[in-house]
Design a protein around this ligand. Structure first.
Ligand code: ADP
Length: 241
């Protein structure tokens, strides 16, 4: 259905673009055509997100040094947050490697940073921090229990509008959004949740209305980069018949 729908949208925006070519920019109809074209494109982007969400994601885990992953991403994140918002990225010095799909992990961090930006329409500060956590017993947080173990922690925090207590239980549900039609799909956090779970990790959110929101991700740590690589190789090795 989504594909058929996309074909119809492509026809709408294609014909609309043709009409726009035949009209002068000062023509009174031009602004209306422009609106049709923009909204058809927005609808196509929404259908695209739906397709990405519904497609079964196969993760390609590899050993990752989170410092490198975030360094590669910082330029893009800065562009996403714009000029009014300051983004700081800081790391613990003893960060262990993790095993994750780089692209998907980048997607998770981007989704969290975009939400943090949207929560601060007047601008503000977004912090992305990493640290190690050694849990020698299961740890209960407000909204999650993380089993004992050694983890790499990623924290994304903002000073934005916050999330009301009655809504916070719903944010990881697909299609839950408080954004205006056409601006939010409600799929960002459910996608992030799915990727973190598939990576063997945990994600939860703490928020105070008017003060800000912090998303915390726990990902299992590997002792050495070599271990992470070995584990990745083990899985891809095809046994002798
Ligand atoms: P979308 O961003 O398309 O709405 P998400 O699944 O990413 O979808 O987020 C769902 C909802 O969770 C948002 O509409 C918003 O209400 C809330 N939310 C997520 N992150 C934040 C944040 N950092 N601050 C305030 N609200 C947030």
């Amino acid at each position: 259905m989504a594909h058929d729908f996309n074909n119809l949208l492509t026809a709408i925006s294609g014909h609309c673009d043709l009409l726009m070519l035949r009209h002068d920019k000062n023509d009174p109809d031009y602004a209306d055509l422009d609106q049709i074209s923009q909204n058809a494109n927005r609808a196509a982007a929404l259908v695209g997100q739906l397709l990405a969400y519904s497609r079964k994601q196969t993760l390609k885990p590899q050993s990752l040094d989170l410092r490198e992953t975030l360094a590669d991403l910082t330029h893009l994140l800065n562009r996403l947050v714009g000029e009014r918002t300051a983004l700081t990225v800081s790391h613990a010095s003893d960060l262990a490697p993790i095993r994750a799909d780089k692209r998907q992990l980048e997607q998770v961090i981007m989704n969290l940073v975009v939400n943090a930006r949207d929560a601060m329409p007047e601008g503000g500060q977004i912090r992305v921090e990493t640290e190690m956590a050694n849990l020698d017993a299961d740890q209960r947080f407000d909204r999650a229990t993380v089993p004992r173990g050694r983890y790499v922690v990623i924290r994304v925090s903002d000073e934005g509008v916050g999330i009301a207590p009655e809504k916070i239980g719903k944010i990881f549900e697909p299609f839950f959004t408080t954004k205006r039609t056409g601006e939010g799909t409600g799929l960002g956090l459910s996608t992030a949740y799915g990727i973190v779970k598939q990576t063997g990790g945990y994600i939860f959110c703490e928020s105070a209305v008017g003060a800000g929101t912090t998303f915390t991700i726990y990902l299992p740590a590997h002792e050495r980069l070599a271990d992470a690589r070995d584990a990745a190789e083990e899985e891809t090795t095809v046994p002798d018949p």
